[in-house]
Design a protein around this ligand. Structure first.
Ligand code: 5GP
Length: 200
């Protein structure tokens, strides 16, 4: 059986991570996506169980207490976290598990899974990012400013990632992502095979 592969993806809010990741999933059927849990309210169009598991603060705190979160953060007054069970089950099945999480979460995962692959998605320019966040039209000016500040902060950590992808176009970014996955999968399979041969 194939060994599982854990991939963490970060990038400032509004950079288009979600769109890139959706395209990657569409084109590689071994890729599964961990749905995060959050205590924030759904934005228009967001669906429970698809974009996030929308849960109460109390339920979130209970999951933290019961060690059911692989990692979690509190950001802009809301909790965000990765439910543990799904990730561990899919890795055991040999799947490629994508986590779309913030920088703090990614570093946390790297400590727990040093063999994971980390990818940072960059906007072509800060102006472009401001445009994308503003156009979404779902946030107040204060929230937009807070998100841009955080974006600048997050981008300073991009060097700690294994790969950086600039999202010029979704198509190019997704192709680069698929290429990284292909290379890593081959590497892992070779290592796995070598280990098996040694044992026999
Ligand atoms: P948003 O409210 O725009 O959906 O997400 C806000 C931030 O939370 C983003 O930077 C996003 O990457 C991060 N985030 C979403 N899910 C998780 C998670 O499960 N864990 C962590 N650490 N961050 C998350």
């Amino acid at each position: 059986m194939n060994p599982g592969l854990l991939i963490v993806v970060s990038g400032p809010a509004g950079v288009g991570k979600g769109t890139v990741v959706s395209l990657v999933r569409e084109r590689d059927r071994d890729v599964v996506f961990s749905v995060s849990a959050t205590s924030r309210s759904p934005r228009p169009g967001e669906i429970d169980g698809v974009n996030y598991f929308f849960i109460t603060r109390e339920k979130f705190q209970e999951m933290i207490r019961d060690n059911e979160m692989l990692e979690w953060v509190e950001y802009c007054g809301n909790y965000y976290g990765t439910p543990r069970a799904y990730v561990e089950d899919e890795l055991r099945k040999g799947k490629i598990v994508l986590l779309e999480i913030d920088v703090e979460g990614a570093m946390n995962i790297k400590r727990q899974y040093p063999q994971c692959v980390s990818v940072f998605i960059m906007p072509p320019t800060m102006e472009e990012l401001r445009d994308r966040i503003t156009k979404r039209g779902t946030e107040t000016p204060e929230v937009i400013e807070a998100r841009l500040k955080r974006a600048e902060n997050e981008m300073q950590h991009s060097a700690e990632y294994d790969y950086i992808i600039v999202n010029q176009t979704v198509e190019e970014a997704a192709n680069r992502f698929l290429e990284i996955i292909r290379q890593k999968r081959e590497q892992l399979q070779r290592r796995h095979q070598a280990l098996n041969e040694e044992r026999n």
